[in-house]
Design a protein around this ligand. Structure first.
Ligand SMILES: Cc1cc2nc3c(=O)[nH]c(=O)nc-3n(C[C@H](O)[C@H](O)[C@H](O)COP(=O)(O)O)c2cc1C
Length: 204
């Protein structure tokens, strides 16, 4: 290996963005639906997204700077995370356009909405899974606004959730890579985690 050592402090913000988002891959995508103060439906993908806690279930996504999603979740305290499967990738990408605040992005993307049960923003009817969330806290860090939310309801298509486990092939998740690249989870492989006891027994 012949490593380059890069000092982030010597790079521009844009250079660091491409370096970080090219290396932290694949990133899960939270396709966030929210409502404006006037009830306008908003949708936007966020790949700065992950689990914070499973007990209780808490997730976070980060909005860079201030766009409509941040304003909406701050105002209403609610959002839905829609999971993007392969056939929804193009519709998801369309909702990343810089729509004005008062445009209905479900309508623009030609997506049907399904009513949520615990929060006001609807989910995308065609997704195979979604989390209904209530904002726990929002932290500003660097140019990121980290939105933490309690997951108050989970919707998952029956064909995806079997015997208490999510079927990877049926979820057909999409990951964000660097630039305009994406990956599809179509070649999952399995590794069982070793235990110290098994490892020790194998060397005896
Ligand atoms: C796959 C994908 C992932 C994205 N991830 C983020 C992200 O994590 N944070 C962010 O601020 N913008 C992200 N964007 C850009 C936003 O989706 C875009 O700026 C959008 O217009 C914001 O919408 P809003 O104004 O409705 O909030 C992403 C775009 C795409 C296509």
């Amino acid at each position: 290996m012949a490593y380059l050592e890069i000092d982030p402090a010597a790079q521009t913000s844009r250079e660091n963005y491409f370096l970080l988002t090219g290396l932290v891959v694949p990133r899960p995508i939270a396709w966030v639906s929210s409502l404006s103060e006037n009830g306008v439906r908003n949708l936007a993908p966020h790949s700065y997204f992950n689990i914070v806690s499973s007990d209780p279930p808490i997730v976070h996504f980060t909005q860079t700077g201030r766009k409509d999603t941040l304003t909406n979740v701050e105002t209403t305290g609610e959002f839905v995370i829609n999971f993007v499967s392969v056939e929804l990738a193009e519709a998801m990408n369309l909702t990343a356009a810089d729509f004005p605040h008062d445009e209905d992005e479900f309508a623009w993307a030609g997506l049907e909405a399904a009513a949520s049960t615990r929060v006001s923003p609807p989910r995308v009817a065609a997704v195979r899974a979604a989390f209904e969330c209530r904002v726990r806290t929002i932290l500003e860090m660097g140019n990121g606004n980290m939105v933490f939310g309690d997951v108050v309801a989970v919707h998952v298509d029956e064909s995806v959730f079997r015997d208490g486990r999510v079927d990877m092939a049926r979820l057909a998740a999409v990951g964000r890579l660097g630039g305009s690249w994406y990956s599809a989870v179509d070649d999952p492989f399995r590794l069982d985690r070793p235990t110290w006891a098994n490892l020790r027994r194998a060397t005896e």
